[in-house]
Design a protein around this ligand. Structure first.
Ligand code: PNS
Length: 161
């Protein structure tokens, strides 16, 4: 039986921390779906279609394994997408105890809703301070974001800034 995992997130935009978790998930699971989901708690910078394009280009640029697909979901619960594609596992990157506290209720809810398990990948310490929201802030204020995002994203942000 092939093991399908979903890596969900806002990816607004994708960072090097995200890319590292996606790469590692692709080594552990047979198939990895990177799923762009609208987060109503966050003020979005980029439309979902642009986030998907940047993800696809970043994954190609980094020569990540071919068992990764990029998709988006706006049709309901995250676990509905999992059931539709036969995914049994969600993968989340964890930078700190704050992330654990944020994720814990969602882990329990997703298991309660559809028996979908969540596994945590600890972020590489070199990316522990990197978040999409800080990247947006640094870019907005004219800072250099190239240490934190894939080259294609740094290039994109320099043109929209
Ligand atoms: O990158 P983010 O913004 O931290 O990702 C958060 C995300 C999209 C993973 C989270 O908002 C989420 O799981 N949304 C799906 C909505 C859902 O199914 N909610 C009910 C069960 S928790």
């Amino acid at each position: 039986m092939s093991r399908i995992a979903v890596v969900p997130g806002s990816f607004d935009p994708v960072t090097l921390g995200h890319l590292d978790v996606i790469r590692r998930a692709a080594q552990v699971f047979d198939e990895v779906h990177v799923l762009v989901v609208h987060n109503p708690d966050k003020q979005a910078l980029l439309p979902i279609s642009e986030r998907m394009t940047l993800l696809q280009k970043s994954i190609a640029e980094a020569e990540l394994p071919k068992n990764i697909v990029v998709a988006s979901w706006s049709m309901g619960l995250l676990v509905d997408y999992c059931l539709e594609v036969g995914a049994t596992v969600l993968v989340k990157g964890i930078r700190s105890q704050i992330d654990v506290a944020y994720e814990t209720p969602m882990v329990i809810m997703n298991r309660s809703l559809a028996n979908v398990e969540t596994v945590f990948f600890l972020t590489d310490p070199m990316h522990a301070h990197v978040s999409s929201s800080l990247v947006r802030q640094v870019a907005d204020l004219g800072g250099d974001v190239s240490p934190y995002v894939p080259p294609v994203v740094a290039e994109f942000l320099s043109t929209v800034g």
